[in-house]
Ligand binder design. Structure first.
Ligand code: FMN
Length: 359
C-alpha cells in the first residue's frame, strides 16, 4: 500500500470530530467580551471569520465567578453567557467550522476586585505570585491567595462539570480543559505553587489528583471523544515552575491515557520565547507516551509545522498569534502567501482594531 505523509491539509479524525485540515486556532484571550462575561456580536464575527481552521479553540472561559481573573473575559456559568456563546457557535457552524470551548479557573491569578464579594483569590497554597492582575481599574499587584480547604475542592470540580455541560448546551463541538500556563489546575500540578500536605499535594500522584478528578467529572457530562486538555510542561508564565517537569508530565500523560480523550494540546517550551523552545524537556518522549492525538503549539510557522507533521512529532499544530492578524490563515498557508504581522498593542485592548479589522 502507498504510504502517505501527513501535512497541514491532510484531514484527520479528532475524537468525535473530523477536521478538514490540521491547523488549529490556539485559545486567545482578547478581552473584548460584553458585560458580565457575555459574548456579543463582534465576538461571533471574530470567531466566524476564522472558521476555516480545522478546529477553533475558544479563548479561556471562566467556569464560575470565582474562576475569573481578567477584565472583559468570558464565562460559561450563567444563562446569558450560554446564550451569548450559542450565537458564536451558530455562526462558526454556519461557516462550516468546528469550535471547542476552553474551560478556565485562574486560581491565584486574580484580584479581589474581580472576585465575588471582593473575596481573596483561591489557590492550592497561599503563595503570592509576582506580577500584576489585569482588573477593570487597570493593572493591580497580586494579593496573597487563600489556600483552598480540602472540603471546597469537590465544589470546584463540580463547577468544571457544570461549565462543560453548559458548553455543550451552547453548541460547542467539545471542550478543552485548560491545565496550562500557571492557572488553577497547573497550580495543583507544579510544586512551586502546590505545597499542600493533604492528598492533593506532595507526591506526583497526589499533585495529579485534582486534574484527574476534573477530567473524570467532565467526562460524565461530555463524551471523552469531545474533550481535549492543554498542558505546558515548561512554561513559566504566571510565575510557575516545577523541580522535575519530565517526571510530572510523563505521569500526567500516563494518567490521561486512561480517559481516551480527543487530544492533548502541548505548549512546548516557554511562550513568546523562541530561544527556549524544546530545550530542556523531552517532548518526543511525551508524544510517544501519549496514545491519542497530539497537538503541538508555540512559535510554529508553516515550515516547522509541516516538518513536525511529516516526522510524526505531532498530529496537528495550533497557531495563536498568526491567527490574530490572519483570519484566513489556512488559505495563506496553503498558498504560501505572506502573513500579516499582528500588533501586540491590540492583543488585550478593547475595540475593533486588531480584532476584526485588518489593514
Ligand atoms: C493575546 C494572547 C492571548 C492568549 N490567551 C490564551 C488563552 O486564553 N488560553 C491559553 O491556553 N493560551 C492563551 N495564549 C497562549 C496561546 O494559545 C499560544 O500558546 C501562544 O501564543 C504560543 O503560540 P503561537 O506562537 O502560535 O502564538 C494566549 C496568547 C496570546 C498572545
Amino acid at each position: 500500500m502507498k504510504s502517505t505523509t501527513a501535512g497541514l491539509f491532510t484531514p484527520i479524525k479528532l475524537g468525535a470530530n473530523v477536521l478538514p485540515n490540521r491547523i488549529v486556532m490556539a485559545p486567545l484571550t482578547r478581552c473584548r467580551i460584553g458585560a458580565d462575561g457575555v459574548p456579543i456580536e463582534i465576538n461571533a464575527t471574530y470567531y466566524a471569520e476564522r472558521a476555516s481552521a480545522g478546529l477553533i479553540i475558544s479563548e479561556a472561559c471562566a467556569i464560575s465567578a470565582q474562576g475569573v481573573g481578567y477584565a472583559n473575559t468570558p464565562g460559561i456559568y450563567s444563562e446569558a453567557q450560554i446564550a451569548g456563546w450559542h450565537k458564536v457557535t451558530q455562526q462558526v457552524h454556519n461557516r462550516g467550522g468546528r469550535i471547542f470551548l476552553q474551560l478556565w479557573h485562574v486560581g491565584r491569578i486574580s484580584h479581589p476586585s474581580l472576585q465575588p464579594d471582593g473575596n481573596l483569590p483561591v489557590a492550592p497554597s497561599a503563595i503570592l505570585p509576582t506580577g500584576q492582575a489585569f482588573t477593570y481599574d487597570g493593572p493591580q499587584p497580586f494579593v496573597m491567595p487563600r489556600a483552598l480547604e480540602k472540603e471546597e475542592i469537590s465544589g470546584i470540580i463540580m463547577d468544571y462539570q457544570r461549565a462543560a455541560k453548559n458548553a455543550i448546551d451552547a453548541g460547542f463541538d467539545g471542550v478543552e480543559i485548560h491545565a496550562a500556563n500557571g492557572y488553577l489546575i497547573d497550580q495543583f500540578l507544579r510544586n512551586s505553587t502546590n505545597q499542600r500536605k493533604d492528598t492533593y499535594g506532595g507526591s506526583v500522584k497526589n499533585r495529579l489528583r485534582f486534574l484527574s478528578e476534573v477530567v473524570s467529572a467532565v467526562s460524565k457530562v461530555c463524551e471523552p471523544a469531545r474533550i481535549g486538555i492543554r498542558l505546558s510542561p515548561e512554561n513559566s508564565f504566571n510565575d510557575i515552575s516545577d523541580d522535575d517537569p519530565q517526571t510530572l508530565f510523563d505521569g500526567a500523560i500516563d494518567h490521561l491515557n486512561l480517559f481516551g480523550l480527543a487530544y492533548v494540546h502541548i505548549v512546548e517550551g516557554i511562550i513568546h520565547s523562541p530561544d527556549n523552545i524544546k530545550q530542556a524537556f523531552n517532548y518526543d518522549k511525551l508524544r510517544a507516551r501519549y496514545q491519542g492525538r497530539y497537538i503541538a503549539n508555540n512559535g510554529y510557522d508553516r515550515e516547522r509545522a509541516e516538518a513536525a507533521l511529516a516526522s510524526g512529532a505531532a498530529d496537528l499544530i495550533s497557531f495563536g498569534i498568526p491567527f490574530i492578524a490572519n483570519p484566513d490563515l489556512p488559505n495563506r498557508l496553503a498558498r504560501g502567501m505572506p502573513l500579516n504581522k499582528a500588533d501586540p498593542s491590540t492583543f488585550y485592548t478593547g475595540g475593533m482594531n486588531g480584532y476584526i479589522i485588518h489593514q
